[in-house]
Design a protein around this ligand. Structure first.
Ligand SMILES: [Zn+2]
Length: 418
């Protein structure tokens, strides 16, 4: 497991025998080359260090993959109730409340988990407006019932191919398995019945470019297949390559990750002319495209995002102008979920006809509100919403929509450390 895990576990050791309980803030979709359940491993090892007696609760993203190993070594789990995620602090508070109820009131957690053989994407997952929001708000309301310690839903992360990848309901009750089963099964069945509606509507790449060139604009090209916030490399040039192929003449703002191109730009300096091969350095499914460009600006690539409480560190960053296309070239993949990566480099996306956005979802005010259309492009990529195109080999099968005719025979799993 290497450096990260030993650093983490070493840091925990001084607390052995000295803490009454612990909350671990995890994501749940971490992957590692030699361990298919890295976060389960960390919880297992943490349990060994901190002891069997103390309560441990962990938090996870809606896109996390809770595993049997995690539930074996923890007393509870709190999952975000929002997508897009805005309840980070609230989720931590729910985990802490369970911990306090265990320490102060002696509640006895019984966890019911119902795995669902389905992977889903698209706007119906938006909790405020989509079908999935009904299941989440039901689970959220359950927290008013003193029998419920935590209740959440994970849709997994289709891009992390691990044995227990699935969607799942997780209900933590105070020693009430029957109630946990009842509410978890009800929620799981409702979700399963909506599965066909929960997919992204994608526009073929060639069609998206052909359509946009005739539009007044601005046009937003959503390239969710190469979203670094979903785990992609950010070095897809697929949309730009199609634009060049179709001799697209409108102004284009295109973010891309390419460290070697930035090195060349920094060497030449502002106003310098360079020829670089752009894209496809990290993800070999993309073919680098040769670009002749002028170096417009160079920056250190450090900036805060617009809404998320996060500082991005893109490393040295260059703006390159190649005819009608303005490339913002980063050294490292970063969250490209808002306009901050453009603003930080002196670029206003409103001044372009076409903007490539590498995120499956952005707050409406960032782009949608002032764009004529948001084309959700069916480009290739490691985070494509065309899930069968990803080529899963490890997750349990059959799995909707990777396989035909998948059936759902719910099998609740019960975990209790009491
Ligand atoms: Zn997420």
């Amino acid at each position: 497991m290497g450096a990260y895990s030993s650093e983490f576990l070493e840091a925990l050791k001084p607390f052995a025998g000295d803490v009454a309980g612990a909350v671990f803030a995890m994501h749940g979709s971490m992957s590692a080359e030699t361990e298919l359940d890295p976060e389960g491993y960390l919880l297992e090892e943490s349990r060994k260090i901190l002891g069997e007696e103390i309560p441990i609760v962990y938090t996870q993203d809606i896109h996390g993959v809770t595993t049997a190993k995690m539930l074996k070594h923890a007393d509870g789990v709190a999952v975000y109730h929002t997508y897009p995620h805005v309840d980070f602090a609230d989720t931590g508070a729910r985990a802490a409340r369970q911990l306090l109820r265990m320490l102060n009131d002696g509640v006895k957690p019984v966890i019911v988990r119902v795995p669902i053989p389905a992977l889903v994407r698209g706007n119906q997952l938006i909790t405020e407006t989509g079908l999935f929001g009904n299941q989440v708000s039901y689970l959220k309301k359950l927290h008013d019932d003193p029998r419920i310690l935590n209740a959440g839903f994970q849709i997994g992360n289709p891009f992390t191919d691990v044995p227990e990848l699935c969607s799942q309901v997780l209900v933590v009750t105070d020693n009430d398995e029957a109630f946990g089963r009842e509410v978890a099964l009800k929620t799981a069945n409702e979700f399963w019945n909506n599965r066909f509606a929960m997919h992204a509507d994608l526009v073929p790449l060639e069609e998206s470019v052909a359509k946009a060139c005739k539009m007044k604009g601005p046009v937003m090209f959503t390239d969710a297949a190469d979203a670094p916030s979903s785990g992609a490399s950010g070095d897809s040039n697929a949309i730009v390559a199609e634009m060049i192929r179709q001799k697209y003449s409108r102004t284009v703002l295109a973010p891309i990750v390419d460290a070697s191109a930035v090195v060349r730009a920094v060497e030449k300096g502002i106003d310098g002319r360079i020829t670089v091969k752009l894209g496809g350095n990290l993800d070999r499914r993309f073919t680098p495209i040769e670009v002749k460009a002028t170096v417009v600006s160079v920056s250190d690539g450090t900036f805060p995002l617009e809404k998320w409480p996060s500082i991005e560190h893109a490393g040295p960053t260059a703006v390159l102008q190649s005819e009608n296309i303005t490339f913002v070239v980063f050294s490292r993949p970063i969250n490209l979920v808002d306009r901050a990566p453009f603003y930080a480099n002196g670029l206003d996306p409103k001044k372009f006809h076409s903007i490539i956005v590498k995120s499956p979802f952005c707050e409406p005010e960032f782009f949608d509100d002032w764009c004529e259309i948001n084309l959700n492009v069916d480009a290739p990529g490691s985070t494509s919403a065309d899930l069968p195109s990803l080529g899963h080999t490890i997750c349990a099968r059959p799995m909707f929509p990777l396989d035909e005719g998948v059936e759902f025979n719910p099998e609740p799993q019960v975990y209790s450390r009491g």
